[in-house]
Design a protein around this ligand. Structure first.
Ligand code: FES
Ligand SMILES: [Fe+2]
Length: 375
């Protein structure tokens, strides 16, 4: 440990954790929906996955379901996945429609722009004007090839939200993420609160126990730390390692924009509420969290590579398998934590954040400020 780190650790005042109720109470989850997920921009997926008009993404998040639809002119529009007639879900999974979205209940039909175009057996003008009943819209924007949506009426611009993030996403331009391509994407049904997944991401005290393979590649992780030095830009890998694989090496070329220094460094970052980005020199792993209930989160793990790497049919398996291994190790302990936090004494008081959990203490402050529940 360095002198600087020693000094910081000596000054650190241990904080209490979020309470068990904040991790497990359905009422708290309900309040988060209004104060966080219906207010902030959250990422819903990759732009490249819906290239053609009529391609769409569907994601359920905190009690709402959102459709993002590619338009004939190339742009994106977002809608609540709810019929204007009597509220039926319109689409269940991501996919493609030719020209219209037809409700499965009474066949009311909407154009790709959300306009109501047909109401079988109910004549427009007889009882109502169809123009008054388009799908309810949500705002859509994108950054780094990620599609973001916002359900509020008057949100901050996406860029302003990102600019205020402590992990400084707007400094990541040189990675040119919008030009990278998805080599693998998979989804996990994690039986844990979304904040337990965030907490777990923001510390590495668990790494030596839970991730022996990963800890063998990252010296800081082996000693339970998330960074080499306080405020260092990333973590140096062991000598010779350039990738997150079992051997620490891969046959894949570096991503465009990667510097010589980047070749041997790992960077992790989290953007509240639901995007995490992990940078290694040959791949970027992202996680998207979709809170489903107080004790349940859908997590999407995607692996991004250089376009030529994916187009050329390179073997991505060793990188992707390693990502899946580490993720699966994490979900197991997140689920174990979820089962523990609703026990009576923890639910009332909570746990503690020692120095190595300081990023969790920072997250707690931001979270409680958003929730209006103090510090
Ligand atoms: S609920 Fe959609 S057409 Fe009736
Ligand atoms: Fe982990």
């Amino acid at each position: 440990m360095s002198i600087v780190e020693d000094a910081r650790q000596a000054e650190y005042v241990m904080e209490s954790s979020l309470t068990g109720a904040e991790y497990s109470d359905p009422e708290v989850f309900h309040q988060e929906t209004g104060r966080i997920f219906r207010r902030r921009w959250f990422s819903i997926g990759r732009d490249e996955t819906i290239p053609a008009p009529g391609d769409y993404l569907v994601r359920d998040v905190a009690g709402d379901s959102i459709i993002v639809m590619r338009q004939p002119g190339g742009g994106l529009r977002g809608f609540f996945n709810t019929c204007r007639h009597r509220g039926s879900r319109l689409l269940e999974e991501s996919g493609h429609v030719d020209k219209v979205v037809k409700c499965p209940y009474h066949s009311w039909t909407y154009g790709l722009d959300g306009g109501l175009v047909a109401t079988p057996n109910v004549k427009s003008g007889e009882m109502f004007d169809r123009a008054d009943f388009p799908l309810w819209g949500v705002r859509v924007d994108s950054w780094g090839g990620f599609i973001f949506v916002n359900m509020s009426d008057d949100p901050l611009p996406l860029e302003q939200q990102l600019a205020a993030e402590p992990d400084e996403p707007l400094t990541f331009g040189r990675w040119r993420m919008e030009e990278l391509r998805l080599g693998d994407v998979r989804e996990y049904d994690v039986r844990a609160n979304w904040k337990i997944v965030v907490d777990n991401y923001n510390e590495c005290l668990h790494c030596p126990t839970v991730h022996p393979e990963l800890s063998a590649l990252v010296p800081a992780f082996k000693r339970g730390e998330v960074e080499d030095e306080p405020d260092s830009p990333g973590n140096r890998l062991i000598a010779g390692a350039t990738s997150f694989t079992m051997s620490g090496r891969s046959s894949l070329p570096p991503l465009p924009g990667v510097t010589d220094e980047d070749r041997h460094i790992y960077r992790g970052s989290y953007f509240l509420p639901n995007l995490m980005l992990n940078f290694t020199s040959d791949a970027i792993r992202y996680f998207l969290l979709f809170p489903i209930a107080a004790d349940r989160t859908t997590v999407v793990l995607g692996h991004l590579f250089a376009e030529e790497t994916v187009a050329g049919g390179a073997d991505l398996g060793e990188v992707v398998r390693f990502g899946d291994l580490v993720a699966t190790q994490d979900w197991r302990v997140c689920e174990s934590a979820q089962r523990g936090v609703s026990s009576m004494p923890f639910a009332a008081g909570g746990g503690v954040y020692p120095y190595q959990d300081r990023l969790l203490a920072d997250f707690k402050k931001r979270y409680r400020a958003m929730m209006g529940t103090g510090s």
